[in-house]
Design a protein around this ligand. Structure first.
Ligand code: FUB
Length: 321
């Protein structure tokens, strides 16, 4: 039986859970953390993952099952290393697994793999999505069947190196009083295998309608985007990285802008925090990770879940891990 706030599986280390209800079950698309000797640094070298496993639960109370490996980096011609946080989407009868990894030049790109079933096996496209960069793809298929991909992560995820639209190895984050680097969004093509239009930078606004500043580390975007809809509004949530929170901002358009609203999850054990939000029946759930299973090793994480509750005004109640 799965219990809230307990590791969902213990046979492997898992992180970055993207949860969806497909075909009446809960499918979780996580990163698969490995035990290895890589250096623990700000570049994320310690997150040296090689493949993806999919987890499945019949319902929120049932056992969580590891469905096994569905994609390995050796099967993806453009990948050199580091298969980081994935997400999956369903459209037009097929399932799509979106995943970031470093290409042969060491630049993070986003790839896509396709399956007829939610638990794979997934067959990768030969090349990464043209025009893609950075990490942590999250996909929303909206009620009108338009699909949007959100992505980006600072530091190891290289987002600040794309300020000009071209990769600049030496680019750094903006000064503290300048506008924060925004996450990115692109509309996906009807076949889900490429961007339909140019990538756009998302703006997250403060309570006065001003863009959040780079020095506002309690609120500015760092990595791990997620998009869900609640009562017709678009809820864009993400990790603040250096301050280790999951926070959210709300807007009327899937491409933003979004106004900052508050904290969803207080810091967990471990440096990274990463989440997804999914409705199962009448209730809403937060899937997240921490490092409890490894006793606090940053690169050996475990996926958990708990119920998420809204207030009457549509704000989300803050969860303590
Ligand atoms: O799992 C590797 C990276 O750590 C993810 O891409 C980030 O979101 C962070 O969780």
């Amino acid at each position: 039986m799965a219990k809230q706030k307990q590791p969902l599986v213990k046979n492997i280390y898992t992180a970055d859970p993207s949860a969806h209800v497909f075909e009446g079950k809960i499918y979780i698309y996580p990163s698969h953390d490995l035990q290895h000797e890589c250096e623990d640094n700000d570049n994320g070298d310690q997150y040296n993952m090689e493949d993806y496993h999919i987890l499945c639960m019949d319902n929120v109370d049932s056992e969580c099952v590891d469905c096994g490996e569905v994609l390995h980096m050796d099967e993806v011609p453009w990948v050199s290393k580091q298969m980081w946080a994935p997400d999956a989407a369903y459209k037009n009868g097929k399932y799509y697994l979106f995943f970031p990894a470093r290409d042969k030049e060491g630049i993070f790109r986003i790839g896509v793999a396709v399956s007829d079933k939610p638990a794979g096996k997934f067959i990768p496209e030969k090349n990464y999505i043209e025009g893609s960069f950075s990490i942590d793809p999250a996909v929303l298929v909206d009620d009108d069947n338009e699909a949007y991909i959100y992505f980006g992560g600072l530091w190891g995820g290289q987002l600040e190196k794309w300020k000009t639209g071209v990769f600049d190895e030496n680019a750094t984050e903006p000064d503290m009083d300048k506008n924060a680097v925004g996450p990115r969004v692109a509309r996906l093509r009807e076949d889900m295998l490429g961007f339909a239009e140019d990538v756009k930078e998302i703006v997250i606004l403060d309570e006065n309608g001003e863009p959040l500043k780079a020095g506002d580390e309690d609120r500015r975007y760092f990595e791990g985007p997620w998009m869900h809809k609640y009562q017709g509004k678009y809820y864009f949530s993400y990790s603040t990285g250096t301050t280790h929170k999951i926070v959210y901002a709300v807007g009327d358009d899937p491409m933003g802008p979004f106004q900052y609203k508050g904290v969803i999850l207080e810091p967990v054990l471990g440096w990274t925090t990463h989440h997804s939000i999914v409705q199962v029946g009448e209730k809403w759930y937060l899937f997240y990770h921490d490092c409890e299973l490894s006793g606090g090793v940053n690169s050996m994480r475990c996926v958990k879940y708990c119920e998420l509750q809204y207030n009457e005004d549509g704000t989300i109640q803050t969860i303590k891990p």
